[in-house]
Design a protein around this ligand. Structure first.
Ligand code: NAD
Length: 355
């Protein structure tokens, strides 16, 4: 069989090393000869950000960070960057902090150095998101891709266990959705499978001991691979579902992914035999869905949208919003009936099974 595909690789520098965030940041700022630095970190991450940036000259620390990047907050941050003549953005935090830095980069073209503190993976994508009146808009623009990512597993030690697990399952969702996403190819699939292996090693280690730095490093490495795969393959059925649920009902990002993922895998697996076998092997089992369900049970991950605040009466509206955005390339045809069954199972938290 021939091997024919088109693959784009995004250009980015990655500095990896536990305990090295401050050292790597100082060196990178010097390399870029930046003079006026704006640090973006939520109030929660601000003390950590102040420690990491102690060795560089900071013009401004901006801590008005909120989930899903509300447009008015993006505008305030953009104006602050312009008013202060900023020439480099440094984000310390999860997807929300990086998202705000991306919103500034989108209109100003300013470069970003990202220091992630979760496993959401936004730091390795050229995707931005903005929310206005409960409506989330996303787009793709290379200007928002951080120039450099500095990974330091010590920055994730403070992430509570439950959030670490949900965020790690969010990264796993990037990997698994990449397998059938619209631009899936052998390169991003290889990255995705590598990501599954690293997360399958790292997450149980974190679950049994949240201070396990080796587990944290594996999860962080897996999160990076997952995000590179996702950025290349694009949003598949899983991300389309979570994007609508998260934006319309303001559900927590990582937990929503953790709940929905096994249901989408259960739905698509029968239509992707070879790929499902490779996912299973990466999970260290003989069956992809059983492997994922076992991993989620081991990790005690979230299991129902109901527990996240999504009510049964919203299912019909969710199906109506999601159905038109499911990629035509999804391996199994999606209908109102089978999508309703999937969302109903995810809402109630019934065991994910082939529909
Ligand atoms: P988040 O950044 O909102 O963080 C979740 C919570 O964890 C926050 O309260 C935060 O303060 C806290 N937190 C973060 N790091 C911590 C740490 N080390 N210790 C203790 N607490 C910590 O959540 P997230 O899941 O990282 O990101 C979600 C957002 O990112 C969503 O808006 C999502 O759409 C976006 N996202 C975008 C992309 C992309 O490619 N553009 C990819 C993934 C996620």
């Amino acid at each position: 069989m021939g091997l024919t595909f088109v693959h784009n690789t995004l250009g980015q520098r990655v500095l990896f090393g536990a305990g090295k965030a401050a050292e790597h940041l100082t060196a990178e700022v010097k390399r870029l000869t930046a003079q006026k630095i704006m640090v973006i970190a939520s109030a929660r991450e601000r003390p950590e950000a102040e420690k990491i940036t102690a060795g560089i000259k900071v013009k401004l620390i901006h801590d008005d960070v909120a989930p899903h990047v509300p447009l008015h907050k993006a505008d305030t941050a953009r104006n602050a960057a312009i008013r202060n003549g900023i020439d480099l953005l440094v984000s310390v935090g999860g997807g929300s902090a990086i998202g705000l830095a991306k919103a500034i980069a989108l209109t100003t073209g300013l470069p970003i150095i990202a220091l992630p503190t979760t496993y959401a993976g936004s730091e390795a994508t050229n995707v931005w998101g903005l929310t206005d009146a409960s409506h989330k808009t996303t787009g793709v623009d290379d200007r928002v891709l951080p120039l450099t990512v500095i990974y330091d597993a010590e920055l994730t030690l403070s992430l509570p266990k439950e959030l670490s697990i949900a965020s790690g399952l969010n990264a796993l969702a990037h990997c698994i959705d990449s397998i059938w996403a619209p631009r899936t190819d052998p390169i991003n699939q290889a990255l995705a499978l590598g990501g599954i292996r690293a997360l399958t090693d790292g997450l149980p280690a974190i679950s049994s001991n949240p201070n396990d730095l080796t587990g944290r490093e594996q999860a962080q490495y897996g999160a990076y691979l997952s995000a590179v795969a996702f950025a290349s393959a694009g949003s598949g059925m899983h991300h389309k579902i979570c994007h609508i649920l998260g934006g319309r009902w303001n559900l927590p990002h990582a937990q929503t992914h953790a709940v929905v993922l096994p249901h989408v895998l259960a739905f698509n697996a029968p239509a992707i035999n070879d790929a499902a076998a490779r996912i299973a092997a990466a999970l260290g089992t003989g069956n992809a869905l059983e492997g994922l369900n076992t991993l989620r049970d081991t990790l005690d991950g979230p299991t129902s949208l109901k527990d996240l605040g999504f009510a049964e009466e919203n299912i019909a509206e969710a199906v109506q919003l999601i159905l038109p955005v499911i990629p035509a390339s999804n391996p199994r045809p999606v209908t109102r009936e089978n999508l309703t069954a999937l969302i109903t199972a995810a809402q109630a938290g019934t065991s994910p099974a082939h529909l």
